[in-house]
Design a protein around this ligand. Structure first.
Ligand SMILES: *[C@@H]1O[C@H](CO)[C@@H](O)[C@H](O)[C@H]1NC(C)=O
Ligand SMILES: *[C@@H]1O[C@H](CO)[C@@H](O)[C@H](O)[C@H]1NC(C)=O
Ligand SMILES: *[C@@H]1O[C@H](CO)[C@@H](O)[C@H](O)[C@H]1NC(C)=O
Ligand SMILES: *[C@@H]1O[C@H](CO)[C@@H](O)[C@H](O)[C@H]1NC(C)=O
Ligand SMILES: *[C@@H]1O[C@H](CO)[C@@H](O)[C@H](O)[C@H]1NC(C)=O
Ligand SMILES: *[C@@H]1O[C@H](CO)[C@@H](O)[C@H](O)[C@H]1NC(C)=O
Ligand SMILES: *[C@@H]1O[C@H](CO)[C@@H](O)[C@H](O)[C@H]1NC(C)=O
Ligand SMILES: *[C@@H]1O[C@H](CO)[C@@H](O)[C@H](O)[C@H]1NC(C)=O
Ligand SMILES: *[C@@H]1O[C@H](CO)[C@@H](O)[C@H](O)[C@H]1NC(C)=O
Ligand SMILES: *[C@@H]1O[C@H](CO)[C@@H](O)[C@H](O)[C@H]1NC(C)=O
Ligand SMILES: *[C@@H]1O[C@H](CO)[C@@H](O)[C@H](O)[C@H]1NC(C)=O
Length: 765
């Protein structure tokens, strides 16, 4: 084991002085071999009973390699040797999963369930990463999933990442503190800066230059300061766990008032985004060839280094995400990227520029190959950039851009829009795709990564890609799934029905070859009701269900339930309970589509009466009530968690700041529903959460059914404008509603999952 007694003595001081810690840490990493203290802390955190049983040792080679074996001369102990912290972490994961039969999930860590007598390894097991980079996060995950998290939730996810071998996570938290300081130095006032920053869970789009300002009130300074404290903790933990955080930089997006302070600065408008009114979008962009750009970049990066230490040279920087450049001239694009990169290098001589490649897909008409080549080509060298090929599993762009003209790029899985929850995946593509891309002639692919917009469910499709990073041949999906299931439900012996259930899912729902319905399937129950246009949507927000529910979801659910009839201890496994709720949720969501179709057929029929529509429509509302009851039985499906997480930043109990809490709650609710003050991106980040389904979606559908029945009676024509205004008004009211106390709903779970599932099957299957 590597120890550094001289540093251990310092550690209390280092915990206080994060800056000192990082300076020393970085130094140790380079002159000495590897500092394993972060991994020992992870073991202590997750497997305290085995704190002394794991030894880590450095191997002198390069790359990411590990060897896992029994500790010589010590029974029930394991030694992991490696060439990097990340490889040792991965080696530990291989031991815990393959030998220990336990795992760490988004739903919680079960690593402490490792047998008390550690299973022996026998012949040592080795592994190598087949790619240098294992990346995690989309800029918008910080809005859709982690926006309101405290360090406790972060700690679980960071351990999840480290153990799976991620070594390059994005780290946006705390950005606004440093950015505001940079702006202050230019003479901008607090008010001018505040009018630029977006709401807490909308900051990603402010960082992208899509929006500015916060509806419902300015972003409080307290938020900015609290996030800065959190950001330091997160970055410190990432570094300890052998990950290189990808840090923010100065992008060029500035408060409008900068033009007043610098009348000669080259400032252009980023463009109108997603129907927002001008004062919330049309963000000012300081052009990178203006000397002020380089000045602000240097100021930003030096302040950031002072805050976090010299922990990374990789910078995230997106200028044209869903915003086309001011000019499409080849020379302009080359000029912009060339000057942007020079500004980074002037501030950090080893800077590497990382960018999300979404624009090359979403604005592919603008981004012709010669424009892509000019923009990337403005940056000299190939190791100077990392492009995230953001949606490789369905809409790869590397293959039309000559492997990004030689720049390093990462094969990324997008999969999820807005944290939507429909079950979907293409396991075959997630195993074959990256290997094919790696082996393509002239490939400059350097990594794989997860760039989901939100993390909600479907955990298997994320696991498999990070595991594929350690296998030079495509993983065999059926074997993979079997092993995954047996550690997800660590019950001995695991009833065969559980495996059969997942065999069905993995060969159908998770074997989606339809290019038009890739990414989580959105359920129409979450959409604003309408006569047409809801079902069978394809493309960006598919509602087309690319499998037959009766032969997939339904038998899979029945088999999974059967498994716990055989082995009742399964019902105590949190991931089993989660999956039962999730699959039942999907069954109900899909059944809703049939009910909706029936309703419209009845409505379209001129002989149908008011009563017929009411009775047909009542089924839709009844189903939503049952879905809400189901979701209420599990802590992972609660709207109240999202809201409580938001409100906690305003303090808890009698010391809470109620106006701040209300602001946070409004932002939290707004994103799920209207996404913008007036429904600009209505129903994008929908969720099937208890409270949201029962209070909001079901209210909208009830209004719709009543309306259809009403006009049948009155003989008035269907008025699409009228009904959508009424539905929007429900949204506007729901935004500002206080959760606590309304309709007697509690904040926690209620009801028993298995009772509700039984009723659901009786009523709807
Ligand atoms: C509550 O929070 C708001 C927004 O941060 C702030 O303006 C106000 O001063 C706070 N009130 C108290 C009593 O701290
Ligand atoms: C801006 O440019 C004008 C014309 O070139 C010049 O007269 C003026 O001094 C400049 N202002 C600043 C603040 O640099
Ligand atoms: C934006 O402008 C509109 C009027 O065009 C105004 O009603 C609204 O309050 C403004 N919003 C913000 C955030 O300033
Ligand atoms: C940061 O670390 C690099 C080596 O990784 C070194 O070249 C550089 O001088 C350091 N910068 C500072 C500000 O310490
Ligand atoms: C970029 O454009 C600016 C403004 O037109 C010009 O002054 C500058 O020389 C150009 N720089 C490069 C590297 O082409
Ligand atoms: C790139 O690959 C995707 C997915 O296989 C395919 O649909 C697309 O046509 C390919 N593009 C080119 C230019 O080959
Ligand atoms: C970058 O990659 C391209 C394409 O493989 C190659 O033509 C070019 O020479 C490389 N540039 C450098 C500086 O290595
Ligand atoms: C949607 O697709 C399903 C199956 O492909 C088909 O049966 C149904 O008629 C379609 N519905 C509409 C409204 O297009
Ligand atoms: C699915 O099964 C149910 C009950 O067995 C049946 O009512 C329904 O028509 C089936 N749906 C399809 C699309 O086959
Ligand atoms: C109902 O009528 C509308 C409008 O005429 C039509 O577009 C739609 O396809 C019909 N739907 C069904 C399910 O009959
Ligand atoms: C309309 O409803 C009537 C009564 O239920 C039924 O007999 C008829 O077949 C329906 N017409 C159509 C076109 O579905």
């Amino acid at each position: 084991m590597q120890t550094h007694p001289e540093l251990d003595a310092l550690s209390p001081i280092m915990n206080i002085l994060g800056v000192v810690f990082f300076a020393v840490f970085a130094c140790i990493q380079s002159i000495d071999a590897l500092d394993f203290r972060g991994l020992h802390s992870l073991v202590q955190r997750r497997l305290p009973q085995h704190a002394k049983d794991f030894t880590f040792e450095a191997l002198p080679e390069k790359g990411d390699k590990y060897i896992v074996g029994d500790t010589v001369g010590k029974r029930g102990a394991v030694t992991i040797s490696c060439t990097s912290i990340s490889a040792c972490s991965r080696g530990l994961y291989v031991y815990l999963t393959d030998f220990g039969g336990v795992d760490i999930w988004w739903t919680g860590s079960r690593l402490h369930e490792l047998p008390s007598n550690l299973p022996p390894v026998g012949k040592p097991v080795t592994g190598d990463a087949v790619v240098e980079i294992r990346y995690h996060f989309n800029t918008v995950t910080f809005g859709y999933t982690t926006a309101f998290w405290t360090f406790e939730k972060w700690s679980l996810l960071l351990d999840w990442l480290a153990l799976r071998g991620v070594n390059l996570p994005l780290a946006w938290i705390g950005y606004e503190h440093i950015l505001s300081e940079v702006f202050h130095d230019t003479g901008l006032s607090d008010t001018e800066i505040a009018s630029f920053l977006a709401g807490p869970n909308f900051l990603p789009w402010n960082r992208f230059g899509n929006i500015q300002g916060s509806w419902g009130g300015n972003l409080p300074t307290q938020w900015v300061e609290d996030q800065f404290v959190l950001g330091k903790q997160i970055i410190q933990r990432m570094v300890e766990l052998g990950m290189t955080p990808v840090l923010p930089s100065f992008t060029g997006f500035v408060p409008r008032a900068l033009a007043t302070h610098y009348p000669n600065a080259s400032i252009v408008t980023g463009g109108q985004w997603s129907g927002f009114e001008s004062n919330l979008t049309d963000v000012s962009f300081l052009e990178p060839f203006d000397p002020l750009f380089a000045e602000l970049q240097k100021s930003f990066i030096l302040k950031q280094q002072a805050a976090y230490g010299n922990v990374s040279h990789v910078y995230t920087l997106d200028q044209y995400n869903e915003n086309d450049p001011f000019s499409g001239d080849i020379s302009y694009l080359r000029n912009v990227s060339s000057n942007t990169f020079s500004s980074l290098r002037a501030a950090d001589p080893e800077a590497v520029w990382l960018m999300q490649g979404w624009l090359f897909f979403s604005s592919s008409t603008f981004w012709t190959n010669d424009r892509v080549e000019a923009y990337l080509g403005g940056v000299e060298g190939n190791d100077t950039m990392i492009v995230l090929d953001l949606y490789s599993e369905a809409q790869p762009q590397w293959n039309r851009t000559n492997s990004y003209f030689g720049k390093q790029w990462v094969w990324c899985e997008l999969h999820d829009y807005g944290g939507n929850m429909g079950m979907e995946g293409n396991l075959e593509e997630l195993t074959n795709g990256p290997i094919t891309a790696l082996q393509a002639p002239g490939s400059s692919m350097k990594g794989v990564g997860l760039t989901m917009e939100g993390q909600e469910g479907n955990e298997i499709v994320y696991d498999i890609l990070l595991d594929q990073a350690w296998s030079s041949t495509p993983l065999k999906v059926s074997d993979y799934v079997a092993q995954w299931v047996s550690r997800r439900y660590p019950v001995q012996p695991l009833p065969a029905a559980a495996q059969k259930s997942w065999q069905i899912l993995s060969t159908t729902v998770y074997n989606n070859k339809d290019p038009n319905s890739q990414a989580t399937i959105k359920s129409i129950l979450e959409l604003s009701p309408a006569l047409t246009g809801l079902v069978n949507r394809t493309g960006h927000h598919p509602t087309l269900i690319p499998y037959t529910t009766n032969t997939t979801i339904l038998p899979a659910l029945k088999l999974l339930l059967q498994a716990s009839d055989v082995s009742s201890t399964l019902r105590n496994v949190p991931e089993y309970r989660y999956d039962i709720v999730d699959i039942t949720r999907q069954l109900l969501a899909n059944s809703f589509v049939d009910l909706y179709r029936h309703l419209i057929t009845v409505y379209n029929n001129s002989t149908s009466s008011h009563e017929h529509i009411m009775s047909t429509g009542s089924n839709l509302v009844r189903l939503l009530g049952d879905l809400d009851r189901l979701l209420y039985t599990n802590e992972n499906f609660l709207l109240s968690t999202w809201i409580a997480d938001a409100r906690q930043w305003a303090g808890n109990g009698p010391r809470a700041n109620t106006s701040y809490a209300a602001y946070l709650e409004y932002n939290a609710r707004n994103q799920l529903t209207l996404w913008g003050p007036n429904g600009e991106i209505n129903d994008y980040a929908t969720k099937q959460w208890a409270g949201l389904v029962g209070e909001y979606y079901s209210q909208r559908w009830k209004l719709f059914v009543d309306y259809l029945a009403g006009i049948k009676q009155s003989g008035q024509p269907y008025d699409a404008t009228y009904i959508s205004r009424q539905l929007l008004a429900i949204g506007q009211t729901w935004q500002v509603q206080k959760w606590r106390g309304t309709k007697g709903q509690s904040w926690g779970t209620k009801g028993d999952t298995f009772d509700v599932v039984e009723e659901v099957l009786r009523a709807w299957a």
